[in-house]
Design a protein around this ligand. Structure first.
Ligand code: GLU
Length: 236
């Protein structure tokens, strides 16, 4: 298997695969994901998860709609939903005997040397202790200007921060396509991208659905970022 070659793997989980169209958490999906993570741990892989879903789960908890929420309101909702999100992971991963921790980061934490070294050390310690860190953006303390804004970018920064060998972006589309498959069902999957050229960047467009904030554009940009450090990305 391709993944067998890599030891330290950062896996990004997007809201749209964790939460369904009605706003409910996808229990079955997370259970299966938990089994996959356990298999990887048994193969001595070191796993860091970057997960979205705080705002979506906060909306579900409060029974409000995500669409049209202003930034400050969504930050407040994220602080409620982050508890729901971590509970969801904890309950599900406990069943597979996977211990998790919560890490909340801001852009500053990955860009300022002292803070990023601290974050790195903490994550390294957790991994050594056999824990799977679950990272999200610290939505409460950031303003619009200093937000990552989407977890694809955050996950790319985390992959760099922890010196990952492989970056995996799990999405509700199979991968990068010749066009947006939601708009053109005839779009074909591009199975391998040896280099991220401007043509590839253009093809990525910015497809979105209700639960996601990034789309393919931010995934390709995150892949481009980690590729500078020799880290391959799987979008799947
Ligand atoms: N940090 C936001 C959340 O957990 C998500 C940002 C994103 O999905 O890209 O809801």
């Amino acid at each position: 298997m391709y993944i067998d070659k890599f030891k330290k793997i950062v896996i990004k989980v997007g809201s749209s695969i964790l939460i369904d169209e009605t706003g409910k958490p996808k229990k079955k999906w997370l259970q299966e994901f938990g089994k996959d993570i356990k298999n990887l741990i048994n193969k001595k892989k070191q796993i860091v998860i970057v997960s979205s879903g705080a705002i979506a789960m906060g909306c579900e908890y409060l029974k409000i709609k995500k669409n049209g929420l202003k930034v400050d309101k969504s930050q407040a909702v994220a602080s409620i939903g982050q508890i729901e999100l971590m509970n969801f992971y904890k309950k599900t991963f406990d069943k597979n005997k996977i211990k998790i921790s919560q890490i909340l980061l801001t852009l500053d934490d990955t860009e300022q040397r002292r803070r990023s070294l601290n974050a790195r050390r903490t994550i390294d310690n957790l991994i050594t202790m056999g824990i799977v860190p679950v990272v999200n953006e610290n939505d409460t303390v950031v303003t619009q200007e200093i937000r990552f804004g989407d977890n694809d970018t955050l996950a790319g920064q985390v992959a760099h921060l922890v010196d990952a060998d492989l970056f995996v972006i799990l999405s509700d589309v199979d991968g990068l396509c010749s066009e947006d498959p939601r708009q053109n069902p005839a779009a074909s999957l591009i199975s391998e991208v040896p280099e991220i050229t401007s043509d590839i960047e253009q093809r990525a467009g910015s497809s979105r659905n209700q639960e996601s904030s990034g789309g393919m554009q931010t995934k390709v940009q995150a892949a481009k970022h980690v590729a500078q450090f020799g880290v391959p990305t799987l979008i799947m």
